[in-house]
Design a protein around this ligand. Structure first.
Ligand code: SAM
Length: 232
């Protein structure tokens, strides 16, 4: 793991000061993964590349530094926890609808002394009722198809802020299907960036959506409705 991080972080333009904390988080993740379902990736070297470096690729691709960020459907903490570790000035809200995962994150962030993180157990569409347009940036990885994901995430972003959707590289169709809905939600796609995760040949894609006007109050709808009739 250390070798992968020492090689991969400089390739992302980052220093290696965060390596001990990233390793400590991975150890907590793999330990708890033995008794609950947190990740299918269990080789430390793969955790380093496919979870940690993939998450940290956002720093350079989206110019993250000191924004107020919400990670929607964070699961075991990706991409939010590595970002909070590497960028102590970032303020990160980890949001997930599964209480057990949120408990794991709460405990782990406590052990790591990460005081720029808060962990929230809740559904994004309900969280938006009280935290509408409350964040500079929303990020999300592996949670839903883009049309649904945009309805979950864009209401949380301030006008002038961004929604960063982490996707696989085979998402042309999904992006096409999401465009009309993104416009209804007050956004527009400003960039689609493919990147190779350092130390691997895996290509992932970041879709950057800028929030250009307030999201109409009728969104987000209830989850069942979003799934049944995605915006488009
Ligand atoms: N982002 C993490 C990653 O890339 O490893 C976790 C991905 S996991 C496949 C999807 C997570 O999204 C689950 O932990 C699930 O509980 C959460 N989730 C799904 N729908 C959600 C919603 N509407 N609001 C909040 N969390 C949600």
């Amino acid at each position: 793991m250390r070798e992968t991080l020492n090689q991969g972080l400089p390739a992302l333009g980052l220093g290696t000061a965060a390596v001990p904390a990233l390793e400590a988080f991975s150890a907590l993740l793999l330990e708890r993964n033995q008794v609950m379902n947190l990740t299918a990736i269990t080789e430390p070297k793969d955790v380093a590349a496919l979870h940690l470096l993939d998450s940290l690729a956002l720093v350079g691709l989206a110019g993250l530094k000191r924004q107020n960020v919400v990670d929607v459907g964070t699961g075991a903490g990706f991409p939010g926890v590595p970002l909070a570790i590497a960028l102590p000035e970032l303020r990160v809200t980890l949001l997930d609808s599964l209480g057990k995962r949120v408990n794991f994150l709460q405990e782990s962030c406590g052990k790591l002394g990460l005081n720029n993180v808060r962990c929230i157990h809740g559904r994004a569409e309900e969280f938006a009722l009280k935290h509408r347009e409350g964040f500079d940036v929303a990020v999300s990885r592996a949670v839903a198809a883009l049309p649904v994901l945009c309805e979950l995430c864009l209401p949380l972003v301030k006008v002038g802020g961004q929604f960063l959707a982490m996707k696989s590289s085979h998402t042309e169709e999904e992006i096409g299907q999401a465009k009309a809905g993104i416009s209804l939600l007050g956004g527009r796609i400003i960039a689609v960036k493919d990147y190779v995760i350092p130390t691997t040949d895996v290509v992932h894609r970041l879709v950057i959506v800028e929030k250009i006007s307030p999201t109409p109050k009728k969104y987000p709808r209830r989850f069942a409705q979003m799934k049944k009739q995605p915006l488009g």
